[in-house]
Design a protein around this ligand. Sequence first.
Ligand code: ADP
Length: 744
Amino acid sequence: MSQSEDNFAPTTSLTNHDRIPIHIPGSIQPHGVLLALNNQLEIQQVSNNTQEYLGKDVDDLLGQPLSYLLNAKQVAAVKQCLGKKVGSAKVFEVTINTSHRNRDFYGITHRTKDCVILELEPKDAASELSFLEFQALAGEAIAQMQETSNLTEFLHLVAKQIQEITEFDRVMVYKFDQQGAGSVVAEVKRDDLSPYLGLHYPATDIPAPARELYQRCGLRFIPDINAQPVQLLPQENPPLDLSYSALRSFDACCAEYHQNMGVTSLLVISLIQNQQLWGLISCHHQTPKYLPYEVQKMCELLGQIASSELAHKISNSEWDYEVKLKSLQSEFLESISQADNFIDALIKPEIRLLDLVSAAGAAVCLDNEITLVGTTPNIHQVRALIEWADTQVNDNLFASDSLPKLYPEATAFKDAASGLLLLRISKVRRYYILWFRPEVIQTVNWAGNPNDSLKVEADGSVTLCPRKSFAAWQETVRLTSLPWQPCELDSAIALRNAIVGIVLSKADELAKINLELERSNQELASFAYAASHDLKEPLRGIYNFSTVLLEDYNQVLDDEGIECLETVVTLSVRMETLINALLRLSQLGQVQLHRQATDLNELINHVIDVFRASRQETQFIDIRIPRPLPTIECDRVLVNEIFSNLIGNAFKYNEKPNQWVEIGYLDTDEHPLVFYVRDNGIGIPEHHLETIFRLFKRLHSQEKYGGGAGAGLAIVKKIVELHDGQIWVDSTLGVGSAFYFTLN
Ligand code: ADP
């Protein structure tokens, strides 16, 4: 069902087909006469139909000078050809005196390597196009073509224009892909014919020599595929190169093939882009159809104009596509910057994520959570694929249109993912977006039934049938997807930049806030340190002078005065305690941990010794350690402070006759260990369980329980947090309290 003539050789081997010398068939089509002339313009070879057109026998003509047939002016026109390069044609009107009348022809002459060829096509006065008509038609066609910017519309317009001029039953525009396979991209046809639009054809349908000829000549015309070819005589002459000949005959396979399709007349116009055959305008007619030479020329001209307009339309359509991708990118940017949920921003709507690179499926991987969209491999396959593809990534991107060839495991899911585009957003966070394209075979609407069997001819030869050509084509595109376009890769990269940009700018904001917090913390800490340091000196003065007054001047003072002074002393002591606590806390704000392996048993023993020494009482201090404590990495001095504080409080806030404290760690496998200091003291009301850790928060008056500054637990909490740990308390009023904490 190919659009080409010169196709389908009667051979099982596709490659043989490429070797058929279709440019030297030794015959022409019967709708004109061909004369081959030597450099002296003597007739060397003629088609065996001169009697019919010229009223002269072949033998009469062979060996004669051209002047035997044409007048001097016409001979001079042919002679000009001698100086021209091979293939360049010249057309002029010729009147030949046949036996009984004058007959008008178009004389089309061109040079080959060895000779000059003159082809004569009869001129039909009735269908003649005047120059002005020709110009008007061409002018209108050009104007319309220029008005259309969309490639698909443009190709449809070209097909329509050719159909209007030729009045063929069906006009198609056929486009080649990178492998040379083609598809019908535009079609104008008679309503009752079934459409071919969208069908694909293998590269082998138009073999290399035929392609070459299409590229060389802008137009190929076969008015009647059933017409008998006319031999060139004498046959023993060396084969004549008919590459540029308009009348060149076609091979039998081509005839049979088109007969089977119900096509009798064929017109093929080349579409050239960057000196390459981009596609063809292919016209079919069910009955023989002769197109006057001017109309053929008109079609050829339209083909040339369409070819030259094609570049703009292609770049327009690429541009359109790029614009579409750009607008999708900015949509993404907006949703990502506004969304709280990153996944939602990417996959709602799903089609947008797919459209961004024209994929059929996608997977979004955030940490280890994978979300699938469209047609994709399954989750396990995607997970394994990411592991592999991550090793292939270059500049955060990996793209392949033949994944199974690089990653054999992908053969299992080639239908979904013969093509992969992987975008790495963050390796550390394991953020990836993957896009998939199916094997190209899945996306193609194959022309003809691929399951048709091979046709064995009576002579034993086998005709290449759709299945064979499909199989051949399948081989070339097996395990591959449509290629990823550079603008699609750019689109993916732009998405990454947007995501990273937004995430980074959010991180930047956080960093800025952190920096400010850090600065204000530092300022606060240095303020507290300076203030408490500087406060201590005048306070010492107040204390000292008050003590001096009390000791040396107590004679002068009355009782009230002494009492006042004693209060000043107590208050200044108290104030010093408070200042010391504040000083300690602000120091902790800047402290660097000196972590070292610390045997907690030793540490606790030391704490207990100091504690005992500080208590002048002789009574027994019951400190229980149910099992040996571990050795941990920590800041020894600071952890010492934790235990001193907690043990101190445990005895301080205890009214029982048999006070005890238990120190240990919970029996869990979890890390970090949970240490505790438990007592049988007064307990803490539930609503204070959290507030007791605040600075200067005391639950009791100064006098009761010999309470401190209310800073002890705030300092303990700070030290625990410096170790990335947590502290909390559990307590029952009147029964006791347990302080729990972790250290990392
Ligand atoms: P202080 O230096 O006054 O003891 P802390 O910050 O150490 O201050 O403790 C704050 C308050 O928490 C104390 O005033 C006390 O009321 C309560 N508290 C602390 N430890 C215990 C405990 N083991 N049992 C009962 N209450 C306690």
